[in-house]
Ligand binder design. Structure first.
Ligand code: SF4
Length: 683
């Protein structure tokens, strides 16, 4: 008789972190179900991506044994040889070029424990701060800006605030496609709050106010909105006086955001902004945003502008108010919290915090530099300069996800050592000298932190395929082979160390997590479920006050020209996820959309004599690709724009068209969201 079990897991895709159950029959994952064990989060809701887990775990393409590149071919080897060879090469590179010639890139889909160990490996074994995550390419501006203004690089509000809010303002986030769990919560929110949506393509119905600003001009209309509130004197004087600093300078900085500037640069009707100003200054408002706001070279200033508005209107630190960046991957918040960041340590301590450095040095028995490491995009650039010689890539796929793919692939070929640890042979893995096969979520125990700081424990349901190993075990094997006496027995051991070093996680023990529906950080003891809503009493600075930041108008906005008359804007689809390595392999999602395409406005297709499924060549100042055209139901593309879903890199790689410059000066975010292009019809 076959034995069936239902094992509780966290969805491995977006930052909502939906709770699901993996059904296991005779040791094999067969399907995903949702029993509704967390009614506040997703209840019995699941989107199509969440259903794919069994397909991914059982897929024939899974990496099953370590591979070494010999004469340009990947050949199987055993773990002992793979680890020993890697350790020897890493030691040689450190000896020859120094500790900072190596970088570690970490995915937002590995667990907190694995993120913690990866950054500890970088800092104490390799002895470099060159460790970064995929957050660099999605929400690094959110992390940087929120930390600057409020103290923590994370959402202040929780999803329950959607039910308490009177206004929800959604900027640059097509939640129906990118975070269906959030879309579901917004649809069923208890109070019929006013929904303001700012996005070129957002496909939600029942929007009360819709703005469609020019891409990357968000900071212009956001500051224009702040100016209206200041001019009408409808700001929250009590909150500003008692809980913030910098208002006077901020107020003066708004002079430049007059009606003409806002309308001309951002293309937003001033009357609409006046309406929004009245609403958010009088009503409890939650501000929510996605990569439409952040994936620009001015992304941090755009997030700071939202933070300024939240302070101006007193909409932070109270029920039904706050700020929520919609994190892309299920644990992108967590791996950054764990310190996989070139600028900060576990618990978010900055490298400029001398007390924290001393604490970590004592705890890890190592010396730590005060100089930050290189961000992900910088590491790729520094290969060209000969400064980076080796990369250890854990679950990341920079050959596709970083801008200017041809350049990135060329750089990967120039490394002396590329180590890739993943569940599939990704595009990046094809360039690797050594490949470690890793276990996927569902094949290991571990904790994951969702977009609103909820830490959840995901159980092990099945064994990994072949000789694939859990990520933390591989990292530990490597550290041991390089002479370090690490001896973690399980992921709980690692989590307990992270809890000890960073008090904000202290109360979230495995036993407490098992008894709960997740716990919010900060959590200082195991009597509470953590602090769901931040900043009720104080902001996380020594004077307890939040900070206003004046924002300057950037000198350049990327715009279309006669030579490049269309603006290509990258986007996500409901059925696919990120670089497609998982969803394109699932029967459930790939039967819906399998190949890349672009969508144009009807009038543009008619004037250019283009038809559905015809192909066009798209040229940017940096590269050129060919793509078919598709008409998408319910997706209205404004004239002059090209909608480009990002997931189909093998077929239509839009990162062939993007550029690594300019980078956001504060968060090092490349301008991934948009690029001016021209198109040629292909007969
Ligand atoms: Fe997974 Fe996000 Fe879909 Fe929930 S909404 S099932 S977390 S992809």
């Amino acid at each position: 008789m076959s034995q069936q079990k239902e094992i509780p897991i966290v969805c491995p895709y977006c930052g909502v972190g939906c709770n699901t159950e993996l059904v296991v029959e005779d040791g094999k994952a067969v399907k995903v179900i949702v029993k509704g064990r967390n009614p506040d989060l997703n209840g019995k809701f699941i989107c199509i991506k969440g259903l794919t887990v069994a397909d991914i775990l059982n897929h024939e393409d899974r990496l099953k044994s370590p591979l070494l590149k010999i004469k340009n071919e990947h050949v199987e080897t055993d773990w002992s040889n793979a680890i020993k060879t890697t350790a020897t090469k890493l030691n040689e590179i450190i000896e020859k070029y120094g500790n900072n010639s190596i970088g570690v890139l970490v995915s937002g889909k590995i667990s907190n424990e694995e993120g913690y160990l990866a950054q500890k490996f970088a800092r104490t074994v390799i002895k470099t701060h060159n460790v970064d995550t995929c957050a660099r390419l999605c929400h690094s501006p959110s992390e940087v800006a929120l930390k600057m203004q409020f103290g923590y690089g994370a959402a202040s509000a929780c999803i329950n605030d959607f039910n308490e809010a009177e206004v929800v303002m959604l900027v640059g986030a097509n939640t129906r496609f990118t975070h269906p769990g959030i879309w579901n919560l917004l649809r069923r929110r208890e109070k019929k709050s006013i929904l303001i949506v700012v996005d070129l393509f957002e496909a939600i119905s029942s929007i009360d106010i819709k703005l469609t600003p020019n891409p990357s001009t968000d900071l212009i209309w956001l500051n224009g909105l702040a100016k209206i509130i200041v001019d009408k004197q409808i700001y929250d004087t009590e909150f500003i006086n008692e809980r913030t600093i910098g208002f006077k300078r901020f107020k003066q900085s708004l002079e430049i955001y007059d009606k003409d500037t806002v309308e001309q640069i951002a293309n937003v009707p001033y009357t609409q902004l006046q309406k929004i100003a009245d609403l958010i200054s009088k009503k409890k408002t939650v501000f929510v945003w996605g990569m439409g706001l952040t994936q620009h070279a001015n992304g941090t200033d755009a997030v700071l502008s939202i933070g300024n508005l939240a302070m101006l209107t007193g909409n932070i630190g109270k029920k039904g108010t706050g700020v929520i960046p919609l994190r892309g991957q299920n644990n992108v918040q967590g791996v950054v919290d764990m310190g996989a960041n070139p600028f900060s340590l576990t618990g978010g301590y900055s490298l400029t915090d001398k007390g924290a450095l001393t604490h970590f040095e004592g705890f890890w028995n190592t010396r730590l530099s005060e100089e930050p490491g290189l961000s992900a995009t910088q590491m790729i650039h520094k290969i060209l300069d000969g400064k980076i010689k080796a990369l250890y890539v854990i679950g990341e796929n920079p050959a596709f996800s970083e801008p200017q793919s041809a350049f990135v692939k060329w750089m990967l070929r120039n490394l002396e050592l590329l180590i890739v640890q993943d569940i599939f042979l990704t595009e990046t893995a094809k360039y690797a000298d050594i490949i470690f096969p890793a276990a996927a979520l569902g094949e290991k125990e571990g904790t994951y932190t969702n977009a609103h700081r909820l830490i959840q424990l995901s159980a092990k349901a099945v064994d990994p395929p072949g000789s694939a190993k859990v990520d933390w075990e591989i990292i530990q094997d490597l550290a041991q082979s390089m002479g370090y006496k690490w001896n973690y027995k399980n992921s709980e051991d690692i989590w307990n160390e992270a809890r000890e070093i960073a008090p904000i996680f202290r109360g979230a023990s495995y036993s407490h997590l098992k008894e709960s529906n997740g716990l919010f950080w900060p959590i200082y003891d195991d009597k509470s479920t953590g602090i769901e809503r931040l900043y009720i009493d104080r902001f996380m600075f020594s004077d307890n006050r939040a900070r206003f930041y004046p924002i300057k108008i950037p000198s350049i906005f990327t715009h279309t020209t006669d030579e490049y008359p269309f603006m290509l804007v990258t986007h996500r689809l409901y059925e696919q996820f990120n670089t497609g390595e998982m969803t394109l392999r699932s029967k459930i999602t790939s039967k819906k959309v399998k190949k890349g395409f672009v969508a144009l406005n009807d009038s543009d297709t008619i004037s250019l004599d283009l038809s559905n499924n015809s192909s066009i060549r798209i040229n940017s100042p940096y590269g050129s690709i060919v793509s078919p055209i598709k008409i998408i139901k319910g997706m209205k593309v404004p004239s002059g724009y090209i909608f480009a879903p990002i997931h189909f890199f093998t077929y239509t790689n839009f990162n062939e068209l993007t550029s690594t410059y300019p980078l956001d000066p504060k968060a090092h975010m490349p301008s991934l969201k948009k690029i001016p292009v021209n198109i040629e019809k292909i007969n």
